[in-house]
Design a protein around this ligand. Sequence first.
Ligand SMILES: [Zn+2]
Length: 440
Amino acid sequence: MKIKKHLNFTSLRKKASEIFKSVPDWRQKSKITISIHDAMMSGLACMYFQDPSLLQFQKRMQEDQHRNNLNTLFGVESIPKETQMREIIDGVDSDSFRSIFRDYYLRLQRGKHLEQFQIFKGYYYFPMDGSQFFGSKDIHCEQCLVKEHRDGSKSYSHQVLQGGIAHPDCPQVIPFMPEQIVNTDGTTKQDCEMNAAKRYLKKLHQDYPQLGLFLGGDALFSKQPIIEEALHYHMHYLFAAKPDDHKYMMECLGMYLELKHIEFADEKGRQHYYEWMNDVPLNGNKETIHVNFLRCTISGKNKKGEEEILYKNSWVTDLLISEENIKTLVKAGRCRWKNENELFNVMKNHGYCMEHNYGHGQKNMAFNFYLLTLLAFLMHQIFELTDRQYQACREKFGSKKHLWEKLRSWIDIIIFETWEKLLEFALMPKRGLLTWAQAP
Ligand SMILES: [Zn+2]
C-alpha cells in the first residue's frame, strides 16, 4: 500500500523540519542547548499524537533504550523539557508556518486530490470563521483583545480568522494559514474580524494568486467593504445575509410579488423552497454595489410530528443565480458550518486540546501552539484523503479516538522506525504481534 511519495508522512515531516531549521535563532549561542527545530518538532509531535505527556515517555525511552520515537519519526535530536519547549516556541515568528501550509496545499493539488473539492469548475469553496484559542481574566499582553464588562472587569483573548477549502460532499477540510485577530502595539483601537478579513484576503491573493476562491462567511461579511475587497482580488463570494442587517435590500425585494423560485421534496419528505433575485442593491447608499440574493426555506415535521420551518437562511453572492446553480449555492451556504463543525470541533473536542493550550507565553506561544495543532490536523486530513494504510486503520478501529488511543499506547513502549511501520503494526492481526515484538 504505497502512497504518492510527496504526500507521505516522512516527506511532509521533512518539509516542516526544513522550515523550522531555517528560523533565525535569537538566543545567545553559548546558552543554546535545544535547537528551535527540536522544540518545534516536539511541539508538533505532541499535537500530532494529541498527547501532552509524549515528551516524558520518549525521554524515559531514550534513557532505557538509547533511542526514541521523537527521533525516528520527527527527527528530534535532543528532547527538550516541557518548559524549554514552551520557552523556545514562544519566541518563534508565527509567520514561519505560512510556507508549510502553502507547500502542503500545493502537494495536494499536484496529486490531484483537490479536484473533488471544486464547487464550480476551477473554484473552491472557502468558508471563513472566527474562533478564540486563548481566553483569560487576568493573563494578557499588548496584543490581547480586551473586552470590558459591565462590572468593570476585563477579559482577554486571542482569536483567529480561519479559512479552509471545504465541500458539502467531502468530510475533510483543508485548513490554510489563518489570520490572527490581534491588536498591534501602539494602537488603542481593538482589531476586529472585519479588519482581519481584509488582511486575510490580501495575503490569500499573494500566497495563492492562481487559486479560484469562492469565499464563504457569516453575516459579518456581507458588507460592502469586504465584498469590494473580494471582487478586487477576483474572488467570488457567498456570504450569509441577515434581513435585519439589510433592511433596504429587503424592502427592494419586497416590491416583487414573488421571487424566482424552485420547490422540491427531499428523500426525508422535507419541503425545500429556494428563492432568488439577481441584481439588487445591497444598501441604500449612493455608491451601493449590486448583489444577487438567495434564500432557502426547508419545512417538514418536527420531533412532535408537527409541520414547521426547520431551516431558513439567506445569502448574497456575485454569481448570477439560475435554476442550474441554485441548489449548489444553497448546499455550499449550508456547508459553511462544516468549517466550524469539522475543524473547530475536532480541534476543541476530539483531543487536540486547542483550548487547554500550553498557555499564553510572552510573545507568540498561544498562536504557535494553535498553528502546531492546525498543522497536525492538516496532516491527518491529508492522510485521510491519500494514505490507504491510514484509511485502513481508520476502518479497523472504528472511531478516530480509538485509533489514536492505540497509537499513543504503542509509541510509549515500542520504537518505530517510520510512521508506516507504526500503521503496519496497527493493522497486524493479533497473533502476529508477539513475533513482531520479538523481532530484532
Ligand atoms: Zn495576549
